[in-house]
Design a protein around this ligand. Sequence first.
Ligand code: GLY
Length: 404
Amino acid sequence: MTTYLKKTFWSAALFAGFLGQASAQNGRGLVADKNLVNQANGIFKRADQQYRYLASRLPAGRFPKTYYAKNDSLGTSGSDWWCSGFYPGTLLYLYKQTHNTATLTEAERMLKLLEVEQYNKTTHDLGFMMYCSFGNALQIAPKPEYKQILINSAKSLSSRFNPKIGAIKSWDSKKPEYLVIIDNMMNLELLFWATRVTGDSSYYKIAVTHANTTMKNHFRSDYSSYHVLNYNPETGAVQQKRTAQGYADESAWARGQAWGLYGYTVMYRETKNKKYLDQANHIAQFILNHPNLPKDKIPYWDFNAPNIPNTLKDASAGAVMASGLLELCRYVDQSKAKTYFNAAQTMLKTLSAPPYLAAPKTNGGFILQHSVGHIPQKTEVDVPLTYADYYYIEGLMRYNKFSR
Ligand code: GLY
């Protein structure tokens, strides 16, 4: 075996182990709280019913985006919105837990509508869109065609990689700029998968190069990250570091920190390169030691938002962090593992009660309340969001694997 193939083999073995039966004997003395495990089992059933209600309100051909309480209406999108994979992805997770065939039928209906995006080369979000949906489907309720859809998606995503910059382009721009956002770390998992199944190492190399470039340029000395990096498309030099969804260019937008944490944890899982584990640890420590992280561990929408504590929290950032920490705690020493596990547990406990967990048949059918999409643009402010639901359910599923 070449070194590369060896790496790929071990990466594949690890992946299968992680997603399949991450063993209860995690070797770090981490044991799930029985009450939260029981509560989670109830929440899976309740969320399954809640998503039946959401499905009943969804117009034909549309994907759920959010819910507006003031006029009791759903916000929806077409399949090309970056969040289109989360609803089918969550349905698949719920089907895995409840075995409700109506839930699988609804997931498969949505997958059919999403299929067309495999050829979309205008977005960097294909990891979110296709891997959270078809990737889950391949694990939970596979069909032969899913594999090729995912390979085509990885090809489309790779088409946005520029070797001069060493990164996948996030957002297209008419100006002489090449924009890369921290969120893009979440799209790399699809590329690792593609190398594993095709044997074509180019996807793997793109993912690693993108992660290295991001590690070099996106982070401050305290391991918080900028949201948007603007590269010169001719020279590859960084020409600006700024925000789009955060409070300020120099602030730490909460969800951006969550994407980085989760993204570098996946990088370590897939490569076993310790520098990514170190990066994930540094990000985790920035988040968990931050004086503005509340006791209930659901962050304000930006760690540097003005008026803390009188500002909005972001359930979606908390959900992504909880799920990311529940993977990261498997790779670190016992003391860090306990800290991460306990923090994730607090996050999940907070989200599993009011005001976050919505009462049945409220909240338009979404599971969680109180997320923040884009405050500077004044869109999706203090609303439910599909990705909050997705990572919350994923977090609870990961948590329950620690039960004895
Ligand atoms: N990826 C966009 C966001 O986190 O809002």
